[in-house]
Design a protein around this ligand. Structure first.
Ligand SMILES: Nc1nc2c(c(=O)[nH]1)N(C=O)[C@@H](CNc1ccc(C(=O)N[C@@H](CCC(=O)O)C(=O)O)cc1)CN2
Ligand SMILES: Nc1nc2c(ncn2[C@@H]2O[C@H](COP(=O)(O)OP(=O)(O)OP(=O)(O)O)[C@@H](O)[C@H]2O)c(=O)[nH]1
Ligand SMILES: [Mg+2]
Length: 425
Protein backbone atom coordinates (compact mmCIF):
# COMPACT_ATOMS: atom_id res chain seq x y z
CA UNK A 1 0.00 0.00 0.00
CA UNK A 2 1.12 3.56 -0.65
CA UNK A 3 2.64 5.23 2.39
CA UNK A 4 0.85 8.21 3.81
CA UNK A 5 3.29 11.08 4.13
CA UNK A 6 3.40 14.19 6.27
CA UNK A 7 5.57 17.26 6.65
CA UNK A 8 5.55 20.81 7.85
CA UNK A 9 4.73 22.69 4.66
CA UNK A 10 5.04 26.27 5.87
CA UNK A 11 8.10 28.22 7.03
CA UNK A 12 10.48 26.82 9.64
CA UNK A 13 9.48 27.20 13.30
CA UNK A 14 9.15 29.33 15.29
CA UNK A 15 6.38 30.90 13.24
CA UNK A 16 2.90 32.15 14.09
CA UNK A 17 1.28 29.28 12.20
CA UNK A 18 2.67 25.98 10.97
CA UNK A 19 0.87 23.95 8.34
CA UNK A 20 1.41 20.21 8.48
CA UNK A 21 0.14 18.43 5.38
CA UNK A 22 -0.78 14.75 5.46
CA UNK A 23 -1.31 13.00 2.13
CA UNK A 24 -2.21 9.42 1.26
CA UNK A 25 -4.75 6.70 2.03
CA UNK A 26 -4.29 7.00 5.81
CA UNK A 27 -4.72 10.79 5.89
CA UNK A 28 -8.38 10.56 6.96
CA UNK A 29 -7.57 8.01 9.64
CA UNK A 30 -4.69 10.15 10.93
CA UNK A 31 -6.93 13.20 11.13
CA UNK A 32 -9.61 11.29 13.02
CA UNK A 33 -7.03 9.79 15.39
CA UNK A 34 -5.66 13.24 16.20
CA UNK A 35 -8.96 15.08 16.52
CA UNK A 36 -11.45 12.38 17.51
CA UNK A 37 -13.96 13.57 14.93
CA UNK A 38 -14.78 13.72 11.23
CA UNK A 39 -14.70 16.78 9.01
CA UNK A 40 -16.72 18.11 6.14
CA UNK A 41 -14.64 18.40 2.97
CA UNK A 42 -12.97 21.74 2.29
CA UNK A 43 -14.42 23.50 5.32
CA UNK A 44 -12.08 24.95 7.92
CA UNK A 45 -12.84 23.78 11.50
CA UNK A 46 -11.17 24.46 14.80
CA UNK A 47 -10.21 21.27 16.66
CA UNK A 48 -8.07 20.04 19.54
CA UNK A 49 -5.34 17.69 18.43
CA UNK A 50 -4.38 14.99 20.95
CA UNK A 51 -1.84 12.19 21.19
CA UNK A 52 -2.76 8.51 21.89
CA UNK A 53 -2.99 9.15 25.63
CA UNK A 54 -5.48 11.95 25.11
CA UNK A 55 -3.11 14.77 25.98
CA UNK A 56 -3.89 17.98 24.09
CA UNK A 57 -1.06 18.89 21.72
CA UNK A 58 -2.56 22.01 20.16
CA UNK A 59 -5.74 23.71 19.11
CA UNK A 60 -5.54 23.85 15.31
CA UNK A 61 -7.50 24.92 12.30
CA UNK A 62 -8.11 21.77 10.27
CA UNK A 63 -8.88 21.20 6.61
CA UNK A 64 -9.95 17.94 5.04
CA UNK A 65 -9.64 17.37 1.28
CA UNK A 66 -10.83 13.95 0.09
CA UNK A 67 -9.05 12.71 -3.07
CA UNK A 68 -8.74 12.60 -5.97
CA UNK A 69 -9.49 16.30 -6.60
CA UNK A 70 -6.72 17.58 -4.38
CA UNK A 71 -3.27 19.12 -4.85
CA UNK A 72 -1.63 15.67 -4.63
CA UNK A 73 -4.50 13.64 -6.13
CA UNK A 74 -4.74 11.72 -2.81
CA UNK A 75 -6.71 12.18 0.39
CA UNK A 76 -5.15 15.22 2.01
CA UNK A 77 -5.42 16.78 5.46
CA UNK A 78 -4.00 20.10 6.59
CA UNK A 79 -3.33 20.91 10.21
CA UNK A 80 -2.89 24.66 10.66
CA UNK A 81 -1.28 24.55 14.09
CA UNK A 82 0.60 27.04 16.23
CA UNK A 83 4.04 27.29 14.67
CA UNK A 84 6.19 26.72 17.76
CA UNK A 85 8.97 24.19 17.43
CA UNK A 86 7.67 21.88 20.17
CA UNK A 87 4.07 22.10 18.95
CA UNK A 88 5.04 21.04 15.45
CA UNK A 89 7.41 18.35 16.77
CA UNK A 90 4.75 16.85 19.06
CA UNK A 91 2.19 16.58 16.25
CA UNK A 92 4.80 15.17 13.88
CA UNK A 93 5.89 12.55 16.44
CA UNK A 94 2.30 11.47 16.95
CA UNK A 95 1.78 11.12 13.20
CA UNK A 96 5.05 9.21 12.85
CA UNK A 97 3.86 6.57 15.33
CA UNK A 98 0.81 5.71 13.18
CA UNK A 99 0.94 2.64 10.94
CA UNK A 100 1.61 3.38 7.29
CA UNK A 101 2.36 7.04 8.04
CA UNK A 102 5.87 8.50 7.66
CA UNK A 103 7.74 11.76 7.13
CA UNK A 104 7.79 13.03 3.56
CA UNK A 105 10.96 13.33 1.52
CA UNK A 106 11.86 16.58 -0.24
CA UNK A 107 9.42 17.30 -3.04
CA UNK A 108 7.36 14.21 -2.32
CA UNK A 109 3.98 15.97 -2.30
CA UNK A 110 4.72 17.50 -5.69
CA UNK A 111 6.06 14.17 -6.96
CA UNK A 112 2.74 12.59 -6.06
CA UNK A 113 0.87 15.39 -7.79
CA UNK A 114 2.93 14.54 -10.89
CA UNK A 115 2.52 10.76 -10.50
CA UNK A 116 -1.25 11.22 -10.17
CA UNK A 117 -1.44 13.41 -13.26
CA UNK A 118 -2.40 16.60 -11.39
CA UNK A 119 0.53 18.49 -12.92
CA UNK A 120 3.03 17.69 -15.67
CA UNK A 121 6.79 17.83 -15.45
CA UNK A 122 7.23 21.34 -16.83
CA UNK A 123 4.69 22.62 -14.30
CA UNK A 124 6.56 20.83 -11.50
CA UNK A 125 9.79 22.50 -12.61
CA UNK A 126 7.97 25.82 -12.57
CA UNK A 127 6.86 25.16 -8.99
CA UNK A 128 10.44 24.42 -7.93
CA UNK A 129 11.52 27.73 -9.45
CA UNK A 130 8.58 29.54 -7.86
CA UNK A 131 9.70 28.40 -4.42
CA UNK A 132 13.23 29.64 -4.98
CA UNK A 133 12.22 32.89 -6.70
CA UNK A 134 13.83 35.91 -5.06
CA UNK A 135 13.04 38.52 -7.68
CA UNK A 136 9.84 39.69 -9.26
CA UNK A 137 11.12 38.69 -12.68
CA UNK A 138 11.81 35.11 -11.63
CA UNK A 139 8.48 34.84 -9.85
CA UNK A 140 6.69 35.86 -13.05
CA UNK A 141 8.56 33.38 -15.23
CA UNK A 142 8.14 30.55 -12.72
CA UNK A 143 4.43 31.31 -12.31
CA UNK A 144 3.98 31.13 -16.08
CA UNK A 145 5.77 27.77 -16.19
CA UNK A 146 3.91 26.41 -13.13
CA UNK A 147 0.61 27.60 -14.58
CA UNK A 148 1.09 25.48 -17.69
CA UNK A 149 1.94 28.16 -20.28
CA UNK A 150 4.85 26.12 -21.66
CA UNK A 151 3.01 22.81 -21.28
CA UNK A 152 0.24 24.14 -23.51
CA UNK A 153 2.84 25.20 -26.08
CA UNK A 154 4.43 21.73 -26.05
CA UNK A 155 1.03 20.08 -26.41
CA UNK A 156 0.44 22.22 -29.48
CA UNK A 157 3.84 21.31 -30.95
CA UNK A 158 3.10 17.69 -30.18
CA UNK A 159 -0.17 17.69 -32.06
CA UNK A 160 1.55 19.33 -35.03
CA UNK A 161 4.26 16.66 -35.18
CA UNK A 162 1.63 13.93 -34.80
CA UNK A 163 -0.26 15.37 -37.78
CA UNK A 164 2.96 15.45 -39.83
CA UNK A 165 3.76 11.88 -38.79
CA UNK A 166 0.31 10.78 -39.92
CA UNK A 167 0.96 12.28 -43.36
CA UNK A 168 4.23 10.35 -43.67
CA UNK A 169 2.65 7.15 -42.39
CA UNK A 170 -0.02 7.49 -45.07
CA UNK A 171 2.67 7.62 -47.74
CA UNK A 172 4.34 4.58 -46.20
CA UNK A 173 1.08 2.67 -46.14
CA UNK A 174 -0.18 3.37 -49.62
CA UNK A 175 2.81 4.16 -51.75
CA UNK A 176 5.28 1.57 -53.04
CA UNK A 177 7.44 4.17 -54.68
CA UNK A 178 9.30 4.99 -51.49
CA UNK A 179 9.09 8.63 -52.30
CA UNK A 180 7.86 11.60 -50.29
CA UNK A 181 6.60 13.31 -53.44
CA UNK A 182 3.13 12.07 -52.49
CA UNK A 183 3.09 14.29 -49.42
CA UNK A 184 0.73 17.29 -49.30
CA UNK A 185 2.11 20.51 -50.79
CA UNK A 186 2.11 22.18 -47.36
CA UNK A 187 4.18 19.42 -45.76
CA UNK A 188 7.64 20.98 -46.02
CA UNK A 189 6.30 24.41 -45.13
CA UNK A 190 4.79 23.02 -41.94
CA UNK A 191 8.06 21.31 -40.99
CA UNK A 192 10.02 24.51 -41.61
CA UNK A 193 7.54 26.60 -39.59
CA UNK A 194 7.72 24.28 -36.58
CA UNK A 195 11.51 24.17 -36.82
CA UNK A 196 11.64 27.98 -36.93
CA UNK A 197 9.46 28.23 -33.85
CA UNK A 198 11.73 25.88 -31.90
CA UNK A 199 14.80 27.87 -32.95
CA UNK A 200 13.10 31.07 -31.77
CA UNK A 201 12.47 29.49 -28.38
CA UNK A 202 16.12 28.46 -28.14
CA UNK A 203 17.17 32.06 -28.80
CA UNK A 204 15.24 33.32 -25.75
CA UNK A 205 17.15 34.27 -22.59
CA UNK A 206 17.59 31.12 -20.48
CA UNK A 207 15.87 30.65 -17.13
CA UNK A 208 19.25 30.35 -15.34
CA UNK A 209 19.87 34.05 -16.04
CA UNK A 210 17.08 34.80 -13.61
CA UNK A 211 18.87 32.97 -10.81
CA UNK A 212 22.45 33.93 -11.56
CA UNK A 213 21.70 37.52 -12.46
CA UNK A 214 23.26 39.72 -15.12
CA UNK A 215 27.00 39.56 -14.39
CA UNK A 216 28.80 42.90 -14.24
CA UNK A 217 32.55 42.99 -13.60
CA UNK A 218 34.36 46.16 -12.50
CA UNK A 219 37.90 46.26 -13.79
CA UNK A 220 40.80 48.68 -14.24
CA UNK A 221 44.07 49.73 -12.64
CA UNK A 222 44.61 50.05 -8.86
CA UNK A 223 43.03 53.01 -7.07
CA UNK A 224 40.67 53.74 -9.99
CA UNK A 225 37.71 53.62 -7.59
CA UNK A 226 36.39 50.17 -8.56
CA UNK A 227 35.58 49.05 -5.04
CA UNK A 228 33.99 52.37 -4.14
CA UNK A 229 31.77 52.15 -7.21
CA UNK A 230 31.04 48.47 -6.47
CA UNK A 231 29.88 49.40 -2.96
CA UNK A 232 27.70 52.20 -4.33
CA UNK A 233 26.07 49.95 -6.94
CA UNK A 234 25.42 47.12 -4.49
CA UNK A 235 24.49 49.54 -1.69
CA UNK A 236 26.82 47.65 0.61
CA UNK A 237 30.21 47.94 2.28
CA UNK A 238 31.23 44.52 1.00
CA UNK A 239 34.51 45.71 -0.50
CA UNK A 240 37.31 47.40 1.46
CA UNK A 241 38.36 50.70 -0.08
CA UNK A 242 41.49 52.70 0.69
CA UNK A 243 43.95 55.12 -0.90
CA UNK A 244 46.52 52.31 -0.89
CA UNK A 245 46.97 50.85 -4.38
CA UNK A 246 46.32 47.12 -4.39
CA UNK A 247 43.67 47.13 -1.65
CA UNK A 248 41.43 44.59 -3.38
CA UNK A 249 43.18 41.30 -3.97
CA UNK A 250 40.45 38.70 -4.26
CA UNK A 251 37.30 38.60 -6.34
CA UNK A 252 34.28 39.95 -4.46
CA UNK A 253 30.81 39.03 -5.71
CA UNK A 254 27.53 40.47 -4.60
CA UNK A 255 24.07 39.61 -5.94
CA UNK A 256 21.44 42.32 -5.77
CA UNK A 257 18.12 43.04 -7.43
CA UNK A 258 17.72 46.55 -8.82
CA UNK A 259 14.19 47.42 -9.88
CA UNK A 260 13.36 43.70 -9.80
CA UNK A 261 16.22 42.77 -12.15
CA UNK A 262 18.78 40.35 -10.70
CA UNK A 263 22.45 41.37 -10.96
CA UNK A 264 25.70 39.91 -9.80
CA UNK A 265 28.35 42.60 -9.39
CA UNK A 266 31.97 41.53 -9.27
CA UNK A 267 34.80 43.64 -7.85
CA UNK A 268 38.34 42.71 -8.86
CA UNK A 269 41.97 43.46 -8.05
CA UNK A 270 43.53 46.42 -9.87
CA UNK A 271 45.24 45.34 -13.10
CA UNK A 272 48.91 46.26 -13.44
CA UNK A 273 52.33 44.63 -13.74
CA UNK A 274 52.79 43.21 -10.26
CA UNK A 275 56.45 42.47 -9.95
CA UNK A 276 57.00 41.36 -6.40
CA UNK A 277 53.76 40.66 -4.58
CA UNK A 278 52.78 37.00 -5.14
CA UNK A 279 49.31 37.42 -3.65
CA UNK A 280 48.58 40.43 -5.79
CA UNK A 281 49.66 38.49 -8.89
CA UNK A 282 47.14 35.77 -8.12
CA UNK A 283 44.47 38.43 -7.60
CA UNK A 284 45.26 39.93 -11.01
CA UNK A 285 45.02 36.49 -12.64
CA UNK A 286 41.62 36.05 -11.07
CA UNK A 287 40.53 39.49 -12.22
CA UNK A 288 41.52 38.56 -15.75
CA UNK A 289 39.46 35.35 -15.56
CA UNK A 290 36.46 37.38 -14.44
CA UNK A 291 36.64 39.52 -17.56
CA UNK A 292 35.93 36.39 -19.61
CA UNK A 293 32.88 35.47 -17.54
CA UNK A 294 31.23 38.89 -17.56
CA UNK A 295 28.02 39.82 -19.34
CA UNK A 296 29.26 43.41 -19.11
CA UNK A 297 32.60 44.90 -18.04
CA UNK A 298 32.72 48.36 -16.47
CA UNK A 299 36.17 49.62 -17.40
CA UNK A 300 37.78 52.24 -15.15
CA UNK A 301 41.18 52.33 -16.83
CA UNK A 302 42.55 54.34 -19.76
CA UNK A 303 40.19 54.24 -22.73
CA UNK A 304 42.79 52.71 -25.06
CA UNK A 305 43.03 49.61 -22.87
CA UNK A 306 39.27 49.04 -22.55
CA UNK A 307 38.30 45.41 -23.31
CA UNK A 308 36.08 44.94 -26.36
CA UNK A 309 32.41 45.45 -25.58
CA UNK A 310 33.09 47.02 -22.18
CA UNK A 311 31.67 50.32 -21.00
CA UNK A 312 34.33 52.96 -20.67
CA UNK A 313 33.68 54.73 -17.36
CA UNK A 314 35.28 57.87 -16.06
CA UNK A 315 35.09 57.59 -12.27
CA UNK A 316 36.01 59.89 -9.37
CA UNK A 317 34.88 62.95 -11.37
CA UNK A 318 34.53 65.00 -8.17
CA UNK A 319 38.31 64.91 -7.80
CA UNK A 320 39.63 67.94 -9.73
CA UNK A 321 42.94 66.25 -10.52
CA UNK A 322 41.22 63.38 -12.39
CA UNK A 323 42.26 63.36 -16.01
CA UNK A 324 39.19 63.66 -18.26
CA UNK A 325 38.59 60.84 -20.74
CA UNK A 326 37.90 62.03 -24.32
CA UNK A 327 34.58 60.22 -24.78
CA UNK A 328 33.59 57.98 -21.88
CA UNK A 329 30.26 56.21 -21.88
CA UNK A 330 29.56 57.54 -18.38
CA UNK A 331 31.13 60.06 -16.03
CA UNK A 332 30.39 59.32 -12.39
CA UNK A 333 31.40 59.90 -8.84
CA UNK A 334 30.43 57.20 -6.37
CA UNK A 335 31.31 59.61 -3.58
CA UNK A 336 29.35 62.74 -4.57
CA UNK A 337 26.71 60.74 -6.45
CA UNK A 338 27.15 62.83 -9.59
CA UNK A 339 26.07 60.95 -12.74
CA UNK A 340 25.07 57.91 -10.72
CA UNK A 341 21.31 57.98 -11.42
CA UNK A 342 21.74 57.91 -15.21
CA UNK A 343 24.49 55.31 -14.88
CA UNK A 344 22.38 53.03 -12.69
CA UNK A 345 19.42 53.50 -15.04
CA UNK A 346 21.51 52.41 -18.02
CA UNK A 347 22.75 49.35 -16.13
CA UNK A 348 19.20 48.35 -15.26
CA UNK A 349 18.11 48.79 -18.91
CA UNK A 350 21.04 46.64 -20.06
CA UNK A 351 20.26 43.90 -17.53
CA UNK A 352 16.56 43.99 -18.36
CA UNK A 353 17.08 43.36 -22.08
CA UNK A 354 19.21 40.28 -21.31
CA UNK A 355 16.50 38.79 -19.10
CA UNK A 356 13.32 36.96 -20.00
CA UNK A 357 10.47 39.45 -20.46
CA UNK A 358 8.22 39.89 -17.40
CA UNK A 359 5.70 37.07 -17.11
CA UNK A 360 7.19 35.20 -20.05
CA UNK A 361 8.19 31.55 -19.80
CA UNK A 362 11.95 30.89 -19.76
CA UNK A 363 13.49 27.49 -20.47
CA UNK A 364 15.94 25.76 -18.17
CA UNK A 365 18.87 23.71 -19.44
CA UNK A 366 17.01 20.41 -19.50
CA UNK A 367 14.21 21.99 -21.48
CA UNK A 368 16.58 23.72 -23.92
CA UNK A 369 18.41 20.43 -24.61
CA UNK A 370 15.11 18.75 -25.46
CA UNK A 371 13.90 21.61 -27.66
CA UNK A 372 17.31 21.53 -29.40
CA UNK A 373 16.98 17.76 -29.89
CA UNK A 374 13.53 18.25 -31.43
CA UNK A 375 14.86 21.02 -33.68
CA UNK A 376 17.78 18.91 -34.85
CA UNK A 377 15.54 15.91 -35.55
CA UNK A 378 13.24 18.16 -37.61
CA UNK A 379 16.27 19.43 -39.49
CA UNK A 380 17.33 15.83 -40.21
CA UNK A 381 13.82 14.98 -41.35
CA UNK A 382 13.95 17.85 -43.83
CA UNK A 383 17.13 16.45 -45.41
CA UNK A 384 15.64 13.05 -46.26
CA UNK A 385 13.46 11.92 -49.11
CA UNK A 386 13.02 8.41 -47.74
CA UNK A 387 9.72 8.46 -45.85
CA UNK A 388 11.00 5.81 -43.45
CA UNK A 389 13.80 8.11 -42.29
CA UNK A 390 11.47 11.08 -42.14
CA UNK A 391 9.08 9.08 -39.96
CA UNK A 392 11.94 7.99 -37.71
CA UNK A 393 13.09 11.57 -37.18
CA UNK A 394 9.56 12.68 -36.44
CA UNK A 395 9.47 10.00 -33.75
CA UNK A 396 12.59 11.60 -32.23
CA UNK A 397 10.80 14.94 -32.22
CA UNK A 398 7.75 13.49 -30.53
CA UNK A 399 9.87 11.76 -27.85
CA UNK A 400 11.65 15.04 -27.07
CA UNK A 401 8.27 16.77 -26.65
CA UNK A 402 7.08 13.91 -24.42
CA UNK A 403 10.14 14.27 -22.21
CA UNK A 404 9.54 18.02 -21.87
CA UNK A 405 6.21 17.47 -20.17
CA UNK A 406 7.20 14.20 -18.51
CA UNK A 407 5.28 11.67 -20.57
CA UNK A 408 8.54 9.76 -20.86
CA UNK A 409 10.66 9.98 -17.72
CA UNK A 410 13.23 7.96 -15.81
CA UNK A 411 13.42 7.54 -12.02
CA UNK A 412 16.87 9.23 -11.99
CA UNK A 413 15.48 12.28 -13.68
CA UNK A 414 12.55 12.50 -11.27
CA UNK A 415 14.87 12.02 -8.27
CA UNK A 416 17.05 14.88 -9.50
CA UNK A 417 14.11 17.21 -10.11
CA UNK A 418 12.12 16.58 -6.96
CA UNK A 419 15.27 16.49 -4.82
CA UNK A 420 15.55 20.22 -5.55
CA UNK A 421 12.40 20.88 -3.56
CA UNK A 422 12.36 21.49 0.14
CA UNK A 423 10.74 19.05 2.54
CA UNK A 424 7.02 19.72 2.76
CA UNK A 425 6.50 20.68 -0.88
N1 LIG B 1 -3.26 25.79 2.64
C1 LIG B 1 -2.65 25.63 1.48
N2 LIG B 1 -2.27 26.69 0.74
C2 LIG B 1 -1.65 26.51 -0.45
C3 LIG B 1 -1.37 25.22 -0.93
C4 LIG B 1 -1.79 24.11 -0.15
O1 LIG B 1 -1.60 22.94 -0.51
N3 LIG B 1 -2.43 24.35 1.03
N4 LIG B 1 -0.70 25.06 -2.15
C5 LIG B 1 0.14 24.03 -2.38
O2 LIG B 1 0.79 23.89 -3.38
C6 LIG B 1 -0.75 26.17 -3.11
C7 LIG B 1 -2.08 26.16 -3.80
N5 LIG B 1 -2.17 25.05 -4.69
C8 LIG B 1 -3.17 24.13 -4.75
C9 LIG B 1 -3.36 23.45 -5.94
C10 LIG B 1 -4.42 22.57 -6.08
C11 LIG B 1 -5.28 22.36 -5.01
C12 LIG B 1 -6.49 21.47 -5.16
O3 LIG B 1 -7.06 21.05 -4.21
N6 LIG B 1 -6.91 21.22 -6.37
C13 LIG B 1 -8.08 20.45 -6.70
C14 LIG B 1 -9.34 21.25 -6.43
C15 LIG B 1 -9.35 22.60 -7.04
C16 LIG B 1 -10.50 23.52 -6.59
O4 LIG B 1 -10.97 23.44 -5.48
O5 LIG B 1 -10.93 24.33 -7.42
C17 LIG B 1 -8.02 20.02 -8.15
O6 LIG B 1 -7.18 20.53 -8.86
O7 LIG B 1 -8.79 19.15 -8.50
C18 LIG B 1 -5.06 23.01 -3.80
C19 LIG B 1 -4.01 23.90 -3.68
C20 LIG B 1 -0.49 27.45 -2.39
N7 LIG B 1 -1.29 27.58 -1.17
N1 LIG C 1 36.65 61.83 -3.92
C1 LIG C 1 36.50 60.59 -4.40
N2 LIG C 1 37.26 59.60 -3.95
C2 LIG C 1 37.10 58.36 -4.45
C3 LIG C 1 36.11 58.07 -5.41
N3 LIG C 1 36.17 56.75 -5.71
C4 LIG C 1 37.15 56.25 -4.94
N4 LIG C 1 37.72 57.21 -4.19
C5 LIG C 1 38.83 57.04 -3.26
O1 LIG C 1 39.93 56.55 -4.00
C6 LIG C 1 40.65 55.58 -3.26
C7 LIG C 1 40.72 54.27 -4.03
O2 LIG C 1 39.42 53.78 -4.17
P1 LIG C 1 39.08 52.24 -4.28
O3 LIG C 1 37.64 52.13 -4.51
O4 LIG C 1 39.66 51.50 -3.14
O5 LIG C 1 39.90 51.89 -5.59
P2 LIG C 1 40.10 50.47 -6.31
O6 LIG C 1 40.04 50.68 -7.76
O7 LIG C 1 39.16 49.48 -5.73
O8 LIG C 1 41.58 50.12 -5.91
P3 LIG C 1 42.29 48.68 -5.79
O9 LIG C 1 41.41 47.79 -4.99
O10 LIG C 1 43.56 48.99 -5.08
O11 LIG C 1 42.53 48.18 -7.16
C8 LIG C 1 39.94 55.45 -1.94
O12 LIG C 1 40.59 56.24 -0.99
C9 LIG C 1 38.55 55.99 -2.23
O13 LIG C 1 37.95 56.55 -1.07
C10 LIG C 1 35.30 59.15 -5.87
O14 LIG C 1 34.42 59.01 -6.72
N5 LIG C 1 35.55 60.40 -5.33
MG1 LIG D 1 39.43 47.73 -4.82
Amino acid sequence: MTDTIFALSSGAPPAAIGVIRVSGPQAGFALEALSGREFEPRLAKLAYLRDESGEILDQALVLWFPGPNTATGEDLAELHCHGGRAVVAAIERTLDRMDGVRRAQPGEFTRRAFANGRIDLAEAEGLADLLSAETELKRGAAMAMAGGAFSAKVEEWRSRILALSAQVEAVLDFDDEDDVSELPATFLETVVALHGELVDWLARPPAERLGEGYRIVLAGPPNAGKSTLFNALTESEAAITSPIAGTTRDVIERSVAIEGIPFTFVDTAGLHEAHSDEIEKIGIDRAQQQLGRADLVLWLGVSEAAPAGSWDIEAQIDIPATEAKPSPRFRVSAVSGEGMDAFRGAIVAEGRQAMPKPGEVALNKRQRLLVAEAASALDDARMHSDPLLVAENFRRVRIAFDRLIGRATTEDMLDALFGRFCIGK
